[in-house]
Ligand binder design. Structure first.
Ligand code: HEC
Length: 312
């Protein structure tokens, strides 16, 4: 659908190149043990790939890929090598438009929540499936939940998937059953009729201030979580403490400014997270590894607790 017209000879050549490339970049074959025949039957046909600077990359069909958000130069280089022409972000974070542009790619931003695919988003995905120049790379943050959901919907619109294979793909991608809305909206997705008016696609869509704050919170938290075993080296310590201050401020702002739409419990939980970050600053200051690990764990459980109640 996307580009029968756009794929003359030169592109065939490119496809051949991509194929060679993929062959090289395939993850190493599974160890010898063969999966049972039944398992093979149940596996979806979607191919998983390993690319530099990207995680959880899957190729849904010749034109559609899904995976984690490209954030560094090497991620964009990898997408360029793959031949990607358009990137669709379904994440709340503002897309890296400049990096995409200089790699010759267009961005389209269709943010969705963890609670499902709104009707508008569904129509936008249908438009993407119909009109965007491929190959297309669809991403959320980690490439496990919202990105695969969007890719499943685009796959349904393109006829690559039927309902069963779309659901199989979510299973393969590791989409959490905890996000029931994502599964439901794939299961119940209705391909818009030819007459449906489909929305314009834009390169960057404003999202709510809380979503922006959460993108920042998630960014800072992951930075600290990766480095939790880090040493007391002065520079690393300084950076960790700076990130902690930013994280604490995000929580404070969130409870002051963005909590109006929610209840008292929400505000209390935000404040508890702010207090937890304060404790973490203490632990990082003393370089107390045990306390650091415990604090990060508590904070993570606070993220989960609130998301379960108010987001998912
Ligand atoms: C007190 C509640 C609360 C706490 C604590 C909380 N969050 Fe959130 N978070 C939310 C809500 C509500 C949303 C959904 C906002 C929306 O879609 O409007 C959200 C959304 C998100 C998103 C999705 C943003 C997007 O792209 O749509 C991420 C990522 C996230 N939170 C990460 C975190 C992390 C990491 C932590 C802990 C370090 C955390 N959150 C702590 C309430 C919370």
């Amino acid at each position: 659908m996307i580009n029968a017209k756009l794929f003359p000879l030169s592109c065939l050549l490119m496809l051949a190149m991509i194929n060679t490339l993929l062959a090289v970049q395939q993850p190493p074959a599974q160890p010898k043990a063969k999966p049972a025949a039944k398992q093979i039957q149940n596996q979806s046909q979607v191919r998983s790939m390993s690319l530099p600077g990207l995680d959880n990359v899957f190729q849904i069909d010749k034109q559609i890929y899904s995976g984690s958000g490209p954030a560094e130069q090497k991620s964009f280089d990898a997408l360029k090598k793959l031949g990607i022409k358009t990137i669709i972000s379904v994440d709340g974070t503002k897309p890296h438009l400049e990096m995409a542009k200089s790699a010759g790619m267009r961005y389209v931003h269709i943010p969705i929540g963890y609670d499902g695919v709104s009707q508008d988003a569904g129509l936008a995905f249908a438009r993407a499936a119909r009109d965007l120049k491929g190959p297309i790379y669809i991403h959320c943050h980690h490439g496990r939940h919202r990105g695969p959901t969007a890719a499943a919907v685009v796959g349904l619109c393109r006829g690559t998937f039927d309902k069963k294979t779309a659901i199989d793909f979510l299973t393969q991608a590791g989409t959490s059953k905890g996000y029931a809305g994502l599964w439901k909206d794939v299961r119940e997705f209705q391909i818009p009729s030819d007459k449906a008016v489909l929305p314009e696609l834009v390169e960057s869509t404003p999202v709510s201030p809380l979503v922006t704050a959460m993108s920042e919170i998630s960014h800072h938290f992951e930075y600290l979580d990766q480095k939790k075993a880090a040493n007391a080296q002065a520079l690393i310590k300084k950076k960790n403490l700076e990130v902690l201050v930013l994280l604490r401020e995000e929580f404070r702002e969130a409870s002051r400014k963005h909590a109006e739409d929610y209840d008292e419990m929400f505000k209390t939980w935000m404040q508890e997270s702010e207090a937890e970050v304060r404790q973490l600053e203490n632990a990082f200051q003393k370089n107390d590894q045990k306390q650091i690990a415990a604090g990060l764990k508590t904070l993570k459980s606070q993220c989960k607790q609130c998301h379960k109640a108010y987001r998912d």
